[in-house]
Design a protein around this ligand. Structure first.
Ligand code: ATP
Length: 364
């Protein structure tokens, strides 16, 4: 089932009587989620991710704009009638019910033509439980389960009605690092197995990049960029997106373009043909540096951090916006820590230029 958001906007009235300022939580959002895909809605706290998800679910009504599931306009439809499955950060299982009763619960409330027999309900509940691999735990109470198992019950409960669309709001936040990794892989597997169109909200870029078919990056209610994770990483349209994706984060410098050359501090570091003379903001991915005694960029060497196959070279540069410049290079490089400086050449496709005022990408 494809999901289409058309000029979706949500304005909350002011809570602050003094300023009287409204909050535009989601601003004129338009995009299409293809059938059967997993979309990661990504952005910093307060950027409008949850509000977008709640509008898709029907829990919140848009101020303007429309939502379609397939060709059906569901904008005015209640949550119960949209055919969605919802999973929240805190799993909100019923503590006095067993796992089985928790999963059966949404089916027992079906009415009219959707009403099911007891056997049908049990069959569905076991199908959902098997999908998330908790069918052995059906008689336990939530308090007798680990956090990861509880979250799986919540996912089974969302899947049991065979939703048209699955909506996940930070579903992994309450899990420890190892379980997070395992559960996110599990969500991906379940999503692929069921083919249910899924929207996954997270502020964790690594999480979104690792499981999504497409990511949607948001800032202050405004859509910044949509695309396959690798495409967005390789081709950020503005400085915000470039900074938001990647660990370690992109290195940001203040630079100038003069006569087709990019200048950082005293160094002419790269040819940027076709770019007009101007001040620019320069982003260089950590993997965009190559240790090269004849390289064009000279940094003051601070430290080396060995990370197995790679080495993180920590240095400083007068044009850097951050105190430290972090580059990731192959551990085979012989780096003399007693030297005060280190020279790099730059991989042009890992260097991005941005307009110093608008912070939009300048292509070269
Ligand atoms: P987080 O990652 O912290 O959950 P988010 O990206 O999901 O953030 P939202 O919860 O969608 O962000 O909130 C977007 C903006 O709308 C924020 O500025 C928030 O304060 C505001 N907001 C959300 N709900 C309401 C509400 N019911 N009334 C007023 N303002 C609200």
């Amino acid at each position: 089932m494809k999901v289409v958001l058309q000029n979706l906007t949500k304005v909350f009235p002011s809570r602050d009587k003094k300023s009287g300022k409204e909050v535009v939580a989601v601003n004129d959002f338009t995009f299409e989620i293809p059938d059967g895909k997993l979309i990661g809605l990504l952005g910093p706290s307060g950027c409008g991710k949850s509000t977008t998800l709640y509008m898709i679910s029907g829990l919140q009504k848009p101020t303007s704009g429309k939502i379609f599931f397939g060709d059906d306009d569901v904008t005015e439809l209640s949550t119960e009638n949209r055919g969605i499955g919802l999973v929240f950060q805190n799993y909100a299982l019923y503590p006095h019910m067993t796992v089985k009763q928790n999963i059966l619960f949404p089916l027992q409330n079906l009415k009219g033509k959707d009403k099911m027999t007891k056997d049908e309900m049990l069959e569905r509940a076991y199908y959902a439980a098997k999908l998330v691999q908790i069918d052995e735990l059906m008689d336990r109470k939530p308090s007798e389960l680990s956090g990861g198992q509880q979250q799986r019950v919540a996912i089974a409960r969302a899947l049991v009605k065979m939703p048209r669309v699955l909506l996940l709001d930070e579903p992994l936040s309450n899990l420890d690092a190892r379980l997070r990794l395992q559960t996110r892989e599990e969500i991906r597997r379940i999503q692929k197995e069921t083919g249910i169109t899924t929207v996954f909200v997270t502020h964790d870029q690594e999480e979104a990049m690792s499981i999504s078919d497409m990511i949607v990056v948001m800032k202050l209610g405004v859509l910044q960029q949509i695309g396959k994770p690798q495409e967005v990483y390789d081709n950020p349209q503005n400085l915000f997106v470039a900074k938001f994706l990647g660990t370690p984060p992109i290195n940001v410098f203040n630079g100038q373009v003069a006569n087709g050359k990019l200048i950082l501090g005293e160094n002419a570091v790269l040819d940027v043909p076709g770019v007009a003379d101007q001040n620019v903001i320069v982003g260089i991915r950590p993997e965009g540096f190559e240790v090269d005694p004849a390289g064009t960029l000279e940094c003051q060497l601070t430290n080396l951090e060995v990370m197995g196959r790679d080495v993180s070279v920590v240095s400083t540069h007068v044009a850097s916006q951050n105190p430290l410049v972090r580059s990731i290079v192959d551990a085979d490089n012989k780096i003399d820590l007693s030297a005060q400086t280190i020279r790099f050449s730059l991989k042009p496709h890992k260097v991005f230029l941005f307009n110093a005022e608008t912070e939009e990408r300048i292509y070269f």
